[in-house]
Ligand binder design. Structure first.
Ligand code: PRP
Ligand code: URA
Length: 211
């Protein structure tokens, strides 16, 4: 699949290992998700178009380059929220548009519960943020929602993907570039990624064993 990008950068691989460890507590887990968001965003924005601008340095005028497009970050609630700050720090002019989905435990199908999309005219390019691409159902649903809204230029930025989810997202939306830190082995019978990192939302928000 030509548009699946896995980053082998040592910092990304090191931080992902820390994230996977079962004893990593929510404070460190959130920091790692944030930092991985920054590093993956750096890779995912490599082809963003620039526009030439005239600026003044303290010494003279010069012609230089700036990001041309208006960018929207679209975190999938809850777990995608943890990636927002890390990406937003790199692209402070981006807007953040929230979409809330949870996976039904029995069917593993995504259920939409929140949608705060603005007027489509306000953005040119969307980055969907979600640490986990498991069956792919959530990412496909958000891509469907964004396209229906008018978005034409979408990338998915996540941390770990299962082969099943990567294939499903690519099949449903072949135009969407998928940026990940790792492709794991498979899904288990409950739709969890193996070896994975467990439940990304629960580990960030401290709700492991509460539901
Ligand atoms: C997780 C994860 C993705 C989804 C991936 O969210 O953050 O959104 O599962 O699974 P899929 O590829 O099979 O759709 P979850 O539904 O657990 O909600 P949460 O983020 O609120 O914990
Ligand atoms: N969602 C998660 O948070 N983890 C998984 O392994 C699969 C879906």
């Amino acid at each position: 699949m030509p548009n699946i990008f896995i980053s082998n950068h040592p910092l990304i691989q090191h931080k992902l290992s820390l994230l996977r460890e079962k004893d990593t507590q929510p404070k460190e887990f959130r920091a790692l998700v944030n930092e991985l968001g920054t590093l993956l965003c750096y890779e995912a924005t490599r082809d963003f178009p620039l526009v030439t601008k005239d600026i003044e340095t303290p010494l003279m005028s010069m012609r230089t380059n700036k990001i041309r497009e208006r960018i929207a970050l679209v975190p999938i609630l809850r777990a995608g929220l943890g990636m927002v700050d890390g990406v937003w720090n790199l692209i402070p002019t981006a807007v953040v548009l929230h979409i809330g989905l949870y996976r039904d435990e029995d069917t593993l199908k995504p259920v939409e519960y929140y949608n705060k999309l603005a007027n489509y005219q306000t953005v040119d390019r969307c980055l969907i943020l979600d640490p986990m691409l498991a069956t792919g159902g959530s990412a496909i649903a958000v891509a469907d929602i964004l396209k229906e809204w008018g978005a034409t230029n979408i990338k998915f930025v996540g941390l770990i993907g299962a082969p099943e989810g990567i294939q499903a997202l690519h099949k449903a939306h072949p135009d969407i570039d998928i940026h990940l830190a790792a492709i794991d082995r498979q899904l288990n019978e409950n739709g969890y990624i193996l070896p994975g990192l467990g439940d990304a939302g629960d580990r960030q928000f401290g709700t492991v064993d509460l539901f």
